[in-house]
Design a protein around this ligand. Structure first.
Ligand SMILES: [Fe+2]
Length: 182
């Protein structure tokens, strides 16, 4: 279920907003300078769909966003429960960081939570099947796929080398609840 929880960055026990209403989420996320959209597949996809079939099903939306934002490439990442690399990757993604380009993820299936640290607030945006989330370049953020990460996402890039994490060293991510639903 798509969800937005807004925490006070000063006192994360203070929850300022908690909603699953998509229009409210889209409005709040846009006001924070980020983006969430809901995409529909051009043709039905089975759980066994290949990366090529997935990209083809969302080609109109991908091309629209590429034209609008200048993204050069798109690929597909599958992460399944039990992946031996996940515990280490999870810890890395849980540290607050920024990128020199937008971090754009479309959830084909499964779910994950982006945490955007903007001003004196932290926006926890849980994306699920059909959700496009974009974290603008330079935005302090972290990501959690949960203890048993299970998602298929499309990534859009300006250039693959741009998606390098610059860690802020801020311990704030340790003060906000992790994403446990997956
Ligand atoms: Fe990131």
């Amino acid at each position: 279920m798509t969800q937005l929880i807004v925490y006070s960055a000063i006192n994360p026990a203070d929850i300022l907003l908690d909603t699953q209403d998509f229009d409210t989420i889209a409005r709040e996320v846009a006001a924070a300078g980020a983006r969430i959209e809901r995409w529909t597949a051009a043709q039905p996809l089975t759980p066994e769909a290949t990366s090529e079939e997935i990209l083809a099903a969302y080609r109109p939306e991908i091309d629209r966003l590429r034209t609008e934002r200048g993204y050069a490439a798109a690929d597909v990442i599958h992460l399944r429960p039990g992946n031996p690399n996940w515990p280490q990757l999870r810890q890395k993604f849980l540290s607050e960081h920024i990128h020199d380009e937008d971090e754009v993820r479309f959830f084909v299936a499964g779910s994950g939570a982006f945490y955007l640290h903007i001003g004196d607030k932290v926006y926890q945006v849980v994306g699920t099947d059909g959700d496009l989330l974009s974290v603008p370049k330079g935005t302090k953020h972290w990501f959690d796929g949960g203890p048993r990460a299970n998602f298929t996402v499309i990534r859009l890039f300006t250039e693959e080398t741009g998606w390098v994490a610059h860690f802020t060293g801020d311990a704030i991510s340790g003060t906000v609840p992790t994403y446990e639903a997956a």
